[in-house]
Design a protein around this ligand. Structure first.
Ligand code: ADP
Ligand code: ZN
Ligand code: MG
Length: 488
């Protein structure tokens, strides 16, 4: 039997606000345990929450960017459960009246096609603290005690729930990449899965092809990268098929991904599901977001990657391919725009960014603003090449130097002696030398094999450490070889 896979994702992202959602504790990652806490986020009796406006604004921004509707009325609810990393014994979240409903995200498929994935809702809630089960692994008691860090308790968290619109693990992978790209672009979250500022639960079911009704789903947790999400889903769709093909039945359950073993294992079934007994949060008034507020938020929304891609192509005459690559990240896109204006040559600016610079960033896992390269320096370097002060080959060394150590291109060229040799008087002796040193190649040339000229030019570039002006070398080499032919 042929099966179709159905996937829906629940993604949590921490908002990068200055302070937590309901108190003025700092919202930051990596501080010493329990140094960013107060009576409110520790759930002491008698304290009252105050909503962080920055969190609401970032929520609205994210919602608008993916085309969600912002209902005028929304509210917070208490989701009740007991867990040591949640000091209040309830999580302040949003249940039936979230701040954002009904958006979508366009993803790219490997075959070049595009597909729209629906977003059901985006709601705001507080994050929990972190538990660390300590003690010696391998001892009789695997974890002797548990450490609790409440720095994360109360950090604003968006939950973005997709429609069950994805049909392959690859689509889920693309959806995650696209979602991250937009959220980072907006500056609402850094979306670092390895630091837990983005987390994903994946729901997956299968159904016989042609059947309208969805199959019973499993929810998969504990993936720590987008690749793991894709692997876990690939494993799970195969597992579910095999269960059904061997006459079994899928049960609704939560399964955990075990990265080392490459499998999912059952964590709990539906019977053990929590009954959260949601009720409206009595300590917070319902929220009213009026039309003017939404209008203001729309005005403040930055140009989005899709729009900017079109503008770059139109305004700078860039190929669509270039424009797409440059707009994969906001930082590269901003950098390009500044450097292109300064250099006056958008295409060269794009070439350097897409080539040597992106390669360096990927190899070193850096963002462009984490290097020492400045847009002014890239622009200046491009002009040094155009004015024949340095060769393109030297440009490659120069860009690496600028990425690593920064500085002023002209000064570096001066100091390193990287100026291009553009004087015939300086080049002629080298050219003669190279021809004299390679009599066999010269014979080949004289016998009519003109392609060996490239070899001679290459030798000159080598001898001058890439500093010779290649166009001039080419022209002078032609003249020299012509002379040798006539003097035969
Ligand atoms: P639950 O009540 O179990 O939390 P929801 O209806 O809230 O389920 O959906 C949670 C997520 O699971 C959503 O992203 C949704 O798209 C996805 N989902 C729902 N039903 C299915 C299904 N049958 N197969 C795959 N994904 C599903
Ligand atoms: Zn606090
Ligand atoms: Mg749900």
């Amino acid at each position: 039997m042929k099966f179709e896979t159905v996937i829906g994702l629940e993604v949590h992202v921490e908002l990068s606000t200055q302070t937590k959602l309901f108190c003025s504790c700092k919202n930051s990652f990596g501080a010493n345990p329990n140094t960013l806490v107060c009576p409110v986020c520790l759930g002491m009796p008698g304290v009252l929450p105050v909503v962080n406006k920055e969190a609401i604004e970032k929520h609205i921004m994210a919602a608008l960017a993916v085309g969600c509707r912002i209902p005028e009325h929304s509210k917070f609810d208490r989701k009740n459960y007991f867990y040591p990393d949640m000091p209040k014994n309830f999580q302040t979240s949003q249940y039936d009246l979230p701040l954002a409903l009904g958006g979508s995200l366009e993803i790219n498929l490997p075959d070049g096609e595009k597909k729209v994935i629906g977003i059901t809702r985006i709601h705001l809630e507080e994050d929990t603290g972190k538990s660390k089960h300590a003690g010696e692994t391998g001892s009789i008691v695997e974890s002797d005690y548990t450490l609790l860090d409440y720095n994360r308790a109360g950090v604003p968290l968006l939950e973005i729930v997709s429609e069950p619109d994805m049909r392959t693990p690859e689509e889920a992978y693309q959806y995650l990449n696209e979602l991250k790209k937009i959220l980072v672009w907006l500056g609402v979250s850094d979306c670092k899965m390895e630091q837990g500022s983005l987390r994903c639960d994946a729901n997956i079911s299968i159904r016989p092809e042609g059947q309208e009704e969805f199959g019973v789903k499993a929810e998969i947790k504990n993936m720590n990268s987008f690749r793991s999400v894709r692997s876990a889903l690939l494993y799970e769709e195969k597992r579910q098929r095999e269960v059904i093909e061997s006459g079994g039945r899928i049960i609704q359950e939560t399964r955990g991904w075990e990265e080392d073993r490459g499998i999912t294992v059952s964590m709990r079934s539906k019977e053990e599901a929590h009954d959260y007994r949601y009720f409206p949060e009595p300590d917070l008034p319902p929220m009213v977001v009026d039309k003017e507020w939404i209008e203001r938020a729309k005005q403040k929304l930055p140009e989005l990657p899709g729009e900017r891609k079109l503008r770059f192509a139109a305004e700078y005459g860039l190929p669509e391919y270039d424009s797409g690559i440059l707009n994969l990240s906001r930082s590269i896109s901003d950098f390009f725009e500044e450097a292109a204006k300064l250099s006056g040559d958008p295409k060269q600016t794009s070439n350097w960014l897409m080539g040597d610079i992106l390669k360096y960033l990927n190899q070193n896992e850096l963002e462009i603003h984490e290097t020492r390269l400045k847009p002014e320096a890239l622009a200046e370097m491009i002009n040094l090449i155009k004015k024949d002060v340095i060769s393109g080959k030297i440009g490659k060394d120069l860009i690496e130097e600028l990425l690593k150590n920064g500085g002023n291109p002209e000064e570096i060229v001066e100091k390193r002696g990287w100026k291009q040799i553009s004087s015939g008087d300086d080049l002629l002796p080298v050219i003669k030398q190279v021809v004299d040193d390679n009599p066999k190649v010269l014979t080949q040339y004289l016998e009519g094999k003109e392609s060996v000229k490239g070899f001679f030019v290459g030798q000159v570039m080598k001898k001058t450490a890439g500093k010779a002006n290649p166009a001039l070398v080419g022209k002078m080499m032609d003249e020299e070889l012509e002379r040798r032919k006539n003097n035969r």
